[in-house]
Design a binder for this molecule. Structure first.
Ligand SMILES: Cc1cc2nc3c(=O)[nH]c(=O)nc-3n(C[C@H](O)[C@H](O)[C@H](O)COP(=O)(O)OP(=O)(O)OC[C@H]3O[C@@H](n4cnc5c(N)ncnc54)[C@H](O)[C@@H]3O)c2cc1C
Length: 280
């Protein structure tokens, strides 16, 4: 197996770099965050919004977004077990080995939002790809608000971190589909959080990053646009079944775009018409 730096500089994008799980953190019943380090060589950083292809040896590869980097610069990925590959990845403990190709794809345009208010809207696990963008934007006080919707209070992602962000002054709006005993917060979709999140901001000066189920992103982008947020200031992270990750195989084709190469982060005004089509 080639050393990390060799494979990660684009010379061999189909060649996984052998990595080790440095730490594995359960985030709920079927979700875990893995912090990874190369067994040899170095990994390239990767920008917020980009993804890696993680390979559970002998089982399969899955596209998994970067959910951040730890203090040592090691990449973190938050994974939900939905099938064989993601079940194997979420079951890994510290010391387990896996392959990593990437980072691939487009990132959130965080640096372009200077002087604007950023609204990060996450449905479920969609908070994972948004996390590094939120952390980057929050370096400037008052620059970002967070909206997070989950199925139930116990499936809110990064609950401790959400509280910490709120305590540090980042407005955080939470909502759940189904309440549970003790829950006194909002119940309903993230759309209900948009009016309070936009209050006090000129919508023309707001940018929005959306990540979650497609139906949630479509409705949120429409609602934000109706409220006056410019469609060319709204970005969505799209998901499609992915194989090569480098724009060759066509598995993730989305109209004229390949999600792996031209996405996953795409601007709303470019894809608004496509979002209304079924089964594209
Ligand atoms: C750009 C990109 C970024 C992604 N980032 C993440 C991430 O950060 N964390 C993460 O957990 N997943 C992420 N995914 C989804 C992840 O790639 C898939 O869940 C994974 O490929 C499933 O592989 P599998 O072999 O475990 O299951 P499969 O056997 O491929 O699928 C099992 C079943 O789950 C369904 N399924 C597939 N994906 C999902 C899903 N996302 N949610 C619910 N059901 C699904 C399938 O339709 C199938 O019925 C991302 C996908 C893309 C394209």
């Amino acid at each position: 197996m080639a050393a990390g730096a060799e494979a990660m500089d684009g010379a061999a994008p189909m060649l996984p770099v052998r990595c080790r799980v440095a730490s594995a953190q359960a985030e709920g019943a079927d979700v875990a965050t893995l912090t990874l380090e190369p067994v040899a060589g170095a990994l390239s950083g990767g920008a917020p919004g980009q993804f890696n292809m993680l390979y559970a040896f002998g089982i399969g590869e899955a596209a998994i977004s970067l959910s951040g980097h730890d203090e040592a610069g090691r990449p973190m990925h938050t994974i939900r077990a939905v099938g064989a590959t993601t079940r194997a990845l979420t079951a890994m403990e510290a010391g387990a080995e896996l392959g990593l190709r990437g980072p691939f794809g487009t990132g959130w345009p965080v640096a372009d939002q200077a002087g604007r208010h950023l609204l990060a809207v996450a449905g479920g696990l969609g908070l994972a790809p948004l996390r590094p963008a939120i952390l980057a934007a929050a370096a400037q006080p008052g620059a970002v608000s967070v909206v997070h919707g989950a199925r139930s209070p116990d499936t809110l992602l990064y609950a401790g971190e959400l509280s910490a962000w709120a305590a540090e002054g980042t407005p955080v709006y939470l909502t759940v589909d189904h309440a549970a005993p003790g829950w006194t917060g909002r119940v309903g979709t993230v759309i209900g959080c948009l009016p309070p999140a936009l209050a006090g901001h000129d919508p023309a000066a707001v940018s929005a990053f959306l990540c979650g189920p497609e139906v949630m992103m479509r409705a949120t982008a429409q609602a934000l646009s109706d409220a006056g947020v410019p469609p060319d200031r709204i970005w969505l992270s799209m998901e499609r079944n992915m194989k090569c990750g480098i724009g060759l195989c066509g598995h993730c084709q989305y109209g004229p775009d390949f999600i792996c190469r031209d996405g996953p982060v795409l601007r709303y005004d470019r894809i608004a018409a496509r979002l209304t089509l079924r089964e594209i």
